[in-house]
Ligand binder design. Structure first.
Ligand code: ZN
Length: 226
């Protein structure tokens, strides 16, 4: 699988499908590509905040790719005329050879691009199994059921927020890594704006004291093969 970090929480996962997660592109000061440069088979959205729902509508309209999201966000997208697939936390949904499991996240989920904001239901994460199993945590606090996610889904790769303020910081994310026990962990949701400034080397150093997971620090636009 080729995993490309597009900065913030946006990742492109390419194996049997091209999967785009949380495409925050146009308003993202660190985005290494433009909205027109994406051609996903499916877009997965963790929650309704504008820095995660991002340009999902634009990309879905242009490409016809479906958007997978929690039921309330999927209903909102349906009302906008965007093809969507709703699911909910704890459920799994197979698309061709890929199994998507929606996981819990401790966070809020208004759809902040509408005025007033629209209820987006619960925030979530995903375990995406396309031969390689990738856990994208979404925006979340640390929660002890991350141990269960590690036991149950055995992710090969974990994508964890470290920005603090709105999500886990480096310390909490390092503990999460030790509970999930992935082969690789990639930090996300940091340095997009001053409010979530972090040094990813601090996260790497903390992980190294707790477990054997390899921390891969990517530059925006860089990819890792696994
Ligand atoms: Zn959020």
């Amino acid at each position: 699988m080729r995993i490309t970090w597009l900065s913030h929480s946006c990742f492109e996962l390419i194996e049997s499908m091209n999967i785009l997660v949380d495409p925050y592109i146009q308003d993202n000061p660190l985005a290494p590509r433009t909205v027109d440069e994406f051609n996903p088979d499916l877009i997965a959205i963790t929650h309704g905040h504008a820095d995660h729902l991002g340009n999902a509508e634009d990309i879905a309209r242009r490409t016809g790719s479906p958007v997978l999201a929690v039921a309330e966000v999927a209903k909102y997208l349906d009302r906008q005329g965007v093809r969507s697939e709703g699911m909910n936390i704890g459920g799994s949904f197979r698309v061709a050879d890929v199994l998507f499991t929606m996981t819990r996240a401790i966070h809020s989920s208004d759809i902040t691009s509408t005025n007033p904001p629209t209820c987006g239901g619960e925030a979530a994460g995903f375990v995406i199994d396309d031969g390689i199993r990738v856990y994208h945590a979404g925006d979340t606090a640390l929660f002890s059921d991350m141990r269960l996610l590690g036991d149950l889904y055995r992710p090969d790769v974990a994508l964890l927020p470290i920005g603090g303020r709105y999500t886990m910081g480096p310390r909490e994310a390092a503990i999460a890594t030790s509970w999930i026990r992935p082969h690789l962990v990639i930090p996300m949701h940091y340095n997009t704006w001053p409010r979530i400034r972090q040094d990813p080397a601090e996260f790497r150093d903390l992980v190294e004291t707790l477990c054997d997971s390899e921390v891969v620090i990517l530059e925006a636009g860089d990819a890792v093969e696994c």
